[in-house]
Write a protein that binds this ligand. Structure first.
Ligand code: OAD
Length: 240
């Protein structure tokens, strides 16, 4: 099916949910996790950088790496796909991305399954959390409430997804007519399982990705293009 067919499916839908991954922000210059030779994960062992064990072993390595990512995101701008999504009131946004580019494009109520890199939280989960300046990220410091280490408010390997985000994602995806899957390898669970939830609820699945992915087998329509190329066209009839 063509881009025009997919556009017609979206135009005729009432409830659209977007489900995005790192590919949505690739054209903003934010490296994805698994694609590129110099991607964020390839230079380091991910379990050293994004796990409670890695943080316990070498907190400065972890925080410096997050500091680099935070500065990259602060310097980046939303791309055409972020803007098209944000300007489309019919779309609810569920993302695996920890960046704030959808919000900076004007989207509200974005469901962040893997947390947000623009905040720190207490590693001991005393409840303290604060927004940080991504252009000037903090170094190692104790939680002002309980003294445990502060850390990025993102989900690390081996950690549970935030229950409120997971429940909100399930609720919107169970009831959508179309799930628009954008720029995800769809290999990281439980998030990737949401595509199956949409199918079981009777939704059509439209996938935007220049490559085959874990979502390919679940796609009713697959558009092999970048997010910046395809999403503005797909949503053109629905944007404000
Ligand atoms: P990945 O890096 O695994 O996959 C990125 C996907 O985006 C790939 O399928 C690419 O083909 C596609 N892609 C690349 N450029 C694109 C573009 N311009 N437009 C559209 N698609 C493009 O990223 P995620 O699927 O987001 O988890 O990874 C999922 C999770 O893995 C992340 O949230 C992170 C990581 O572990 C946590 O941090 C917990």
């Amino acid at each position: 099916m063509s881009l025009d067919d997919a556009r017609a499916v979206l135009t005729n839908a009432t409830r659209i949910t977007s489900f995005s991954g790192a590919g949505l922000s690739a054209e903003s210059g934010i490296a994805t996790f698994r694609d590129t030779p110099d991607s964020h994960w390839s230079r380091y062992d991910p379990t050293r950088l994004a796990s409670p064990e890695g943080f316990a072993d070498d907190p400065d390595l972890v925080l410096n790496w997050y500091g680099d990512r935070r500065r990259d995101i602060a310097a980046a701008s939303p791309n055409d796909a972020h803007r098209a999504l944000a300007n489309c009131p019919a779309v609810t946004h569920v993302t695996q991305n920890v960046d704030d580019l959808l919000e900076r494009a004007g989207a509200s109520d974005v469901i962040h399954l893997h947390g947000t890199i623009g905040a720190d939280r207490c590693h001991a989960e005393c409840g303290f959390r604060e927004t940080i300046d991504m252009a000037d990220p903090p170094h190692r410091r104790p939680c002002p409430t309980c003294g445990a280490p502060m850390r990025p408010a993102v989900v690390w390997f081996g950690e549970m997804l935030p229950a409120d985000a997971w429940e909100a994602a399930l609720s919107t995806i169970e009831h959508c007519d179309v799930l628009l899957v954008i720029g995800t390898s769809a290999v990281v669970y439980p998030a990737a399982g949401l595509i199956d939830v949409a199918r079981q609820g009777g939704a059509r699945v439209v996938v935007v990705n220049p490559e085959a992915s874990g979502a390919t087998g679940d796609a009713d329509i697959e558009i092999r293009a970048t997010a910046g190329e395809a999403v503005p066209i797909l949503l053109a009839d629905l944007t404000q």
